[in-house]
Design a protein around this ligand. Structure first.
Ligand SMILES: NC(=O)c1ccc[n+]([C@@H]2O[C@H](COP(=O)([O-])OP(=O)(O)OC[C@H]3O[C@@H](n4cnc5c(N)ncnc54)[C@H](OP(=O)(O)O)[C@@H]3O)[C@@H](O)[C@H]2O)c1
Length: 269
């Protein structure tokens, strides 16, 4: 089956907008959903739609609308996400929920909304955009790490449950990408606490991660990786884009825990 129609969440900017453009230039029709309902650079083949992944009814209606128009939906790319930053100690419950709501539950709701159509077709592809932080925890991003690793494991478990159904799952684990994510990052109350024992460490950490993201990959790199997976006969379960981050993934697997902590400590505290 050739992928011709895709629902992409978080399509208004960054990785989502770049992916939408790349898929459209390969002849795939992309329904790009976001709360803004716009795309950075409008182009033929990309249809911006208003979609808040935290709103189940809205997500189900968007899928129904695409299927009514196109007669089919071949793939869904769960890319919408946000970043809540700060030490775990002192994180408010509402801040933790805000991170998990969009990044984890929003993706789950989107997948659930697409599954009946994929089942009926006996075909469908599910791609989640997680993060290299799903396999490598970094300080002061504990909620983000929790949300992305939960989404990665959910994708992999779902893949197992769907074996033989014709529906396949894949998770993409990007490293640093230069997008609006850095500016949109929400600093939690504990991160802003002037009397926090983490104050100095947070200052250094935030400067480093912001620098790394601003100098990170172009979002098109991720878009091309997603296109490659959609074109494969069978998608890979996990894809870490770019060789340097693949090596990080390999190192995380073989590195003794103490050495890993020493490296993270030297770089991120
Ligand atoms: N940038 C990085 O270094 C990096 C690294 C690894 C993974 N990622 C992941 O890549 C994904 C895309 O992020 P990005 O870097 O491209 O950042 P971005 O430019 O801030 O894009 C985030 C996208 O998510 C959308 N979004 C947020 N909340 C939403 C909601 N409730 N419903 C629907 N759409 C929503 C935003 O659109 P609206 O505001 O219009 O809704 C926007 O289009 C995220 O899942 C992020 O965690 C990013």
């Amino acid at each position: 089956m050739e992928v011709k129609t895709v629902l992409l969440t978080g399509g208004s900017s960054g990785i989502g907008a770049a992916t939408a453009r790349i898929l459209a230039s390969a002849g795939i029709k992309v329904y790009a959903g976001s709360r803004r309902g716009t795309v950075e650079t409008p182009c033929e083949g990309v249809i911006p739609i208003k979609l808040d992944v935290n709103d189940q009814a809205m997500t189900e209606a968007a899928v129904a609308d695409i299927v009514a128009r196109e007669g089919h939906l071949d793939a869904v790319i769960c890319n919408a996400g946000n970043g809540v930053y700060g030490p775990i100690e002192g994180t408010l419950e509402e801040e933790a929920r805000a991170q998990l709501e969009t990044t984890f539950f929003g993706s789950l709701k989107t997948i659930e909304a697409c599954l009946p159509t994929f089942r009926r077709q006996g075909y469908g592809r599910i791609i989640t955009v997680t993060s290299v932080m799903a396999i490598l925890e970094l300080p002061y991003q504990g909620l983000y790490v929790a949300a992305k690793s939960a989404l990665l494991r959910l994708t992999e478990t779902l893949s197992m449950e769907l074996m033989g159904s014709g529906i396949e799952c894949c998770s993409i684990l990007p490293g640093d990408v230069s997008t609006g994510f850095t500016q949109a990052r929400h600093l939690n109350k504990a991160a802003l606490d002037e009397s926090s024992p983490y104050k100095e460490s947070i200052k250094r950490n935030l400067a480093k991660i912001e620098h790394d993201e601003k100098n990170g990959m172009r979002p098109e790199v991720i878009g091309k990786v997603i296109l490659r997976q959609l074109r494969r006969r069978h998608m890979k379960a996990r894809v870490i884009p770019r060789l340097d981050y693949k090596l990080v993934g390999f190192a995380v697997r073989i590195c003794p825990e103490k050495l890993k902590l020493a490296i993270v400590r030297a770089l991120y505290f």
